[in-house]
Design a protein around this ligand. Structure first.
Ligand code: NAP
Length: 281
């Protein structure tokens, strides 16, 4: 009989890192440094509201000062850019996070470009994206950084391993590929135009899925003993939260697997807190 995978506990890893971050802020406070994060939300998207609330809660937990700017759906691009400019200059703010997606009439690229790269704790600014490419970064994008921390916590070293990522978005797939490459993995990135996807994913020692399709990754796509990291956040046919991976069948084949919820998700905000503390130094 096949062994059942070890479940990677994102909540426990996240809690441990937050403990360390709390100690770090206490040390910084003693030196007169108070890390501060500004969170900007435009409009009334309920998912964005939940994310923003969780980010503020995370800040309070580790001793980061936070400010929220909740703007109406009708806010113009110019008004938002003005606010970002003001926050760029604000001395008690080290990190600026503009919650995406923005309303359709606002160009998110223009907004991200306006954020000072030194305060860009999401690491979306072209300067930080370029640094990730070179491997000379100060901030890492939170979700891929969270995945790397999970691998580290379970002593999974990507060096020399076949790493396959499904998804090539700028916030997950592409930076994930860079981080695994910097960690000496042999990296393949798949997307909607990939031919013979199953053949490619079956090569993976480490398989990362960031697609956004409920239970898309089935057991026949996974090599026996693979490490399976599920970034997806979806709803199944019953409206229940689930990942991209068919957890129940894949866990019988994988060696390690992240659940949804409780896997990658908790790590994302923790990495944001880490970046904010980094920015304050
Ligand atoms: P995205 O921008 O929509 O990108 C999805 C990627 O999946 C695209 O590259 C797309 O390929 C690829 N794809 C779609 N269908 C495919 C198929 N049938 N076969 C192979 N590839 C396929 O999504 P994202 O922003 O990266 O997010 C992905 C998922 O992660 C979502 O569920 C999101 O909610 C979740 N997420 C979670 C966290 C977290 O904290 N856990 C953070 C961010 C995102 P093309 O490029 O060819 O279209």
């Amino acid at each position: 009989m096949a062994n059942t995978a070890i479940i990677i506990d994102g909540k426990a890893v996240s809690a441990k890192i937050r403990e360390e971050l709390k100690k770090e802020t206490e040390q910084l406070n003693k030196k007169g440094i108070k890390p501060g994060l500004a969170v900007v939300i435009v409009g009334n998207d309920p998912a964005s509201r939940t994310y923003v609330n969780n980010k503020k809660k995370g800040c309070a937990e580790v001793g980061i000062y936070s400010e929220e700017y909740a703007l109406s759906e009708e806010t113009t691009q110019e008004e938002l850019l003005e606010l970002v400019d003001k926050l760029n200059k604000k001395e008690d703010i080290n990190g600026i996070l503009v919650q995406l997606p923005l309303p359709k009439h606002i160009d998110d690229k223009a907004v991200i470009a306006k954020i000072s790269p030194k305060k860009d704790v999401d690491a979306f600014h072209v300067e930080n994206v370029g640094r990730i490419m070179l491997g000379e970064y100060k901030f890492l994008p939170c979700t891929p950084a969270g995945v790397m921390e999970l691998l580290k916590a379970y002593d999974i070293d990507p060096a020399g391993k076949e790493c396959v990522i499904i998804g090539r978005s700028n916030i997950v797939g592409k930076p994930m590929a860079m981080l695994l490459l910097h960690a000496n993995g042999t990296v393949t990135v798949c997307h909607s135009k990939t031919k013979n996807l199953k053949e490619v994913t079956n090569r993976a020692d480490i398989l990362v899925s960031a697609i956004g399709k409920a239970k898309f990754v089935s057991a026949d796509m996974v090599k026996e003993g693979a490490v399976v990291i599920d970034v997806g956040i979806n709803r199944d046919e019953n409206g229940k939260l689930c990942g991209d991976v068919d957890f129940e069948t894949v866990k019988e084949k994988a060696s390690y697997i992240t659940p949804v919820p409780g896997g990658v998700g908790p790590m994302t905000i923790t990495m944001l807190l880490k970046n904010t503390i980094e920015a304050s130094k």
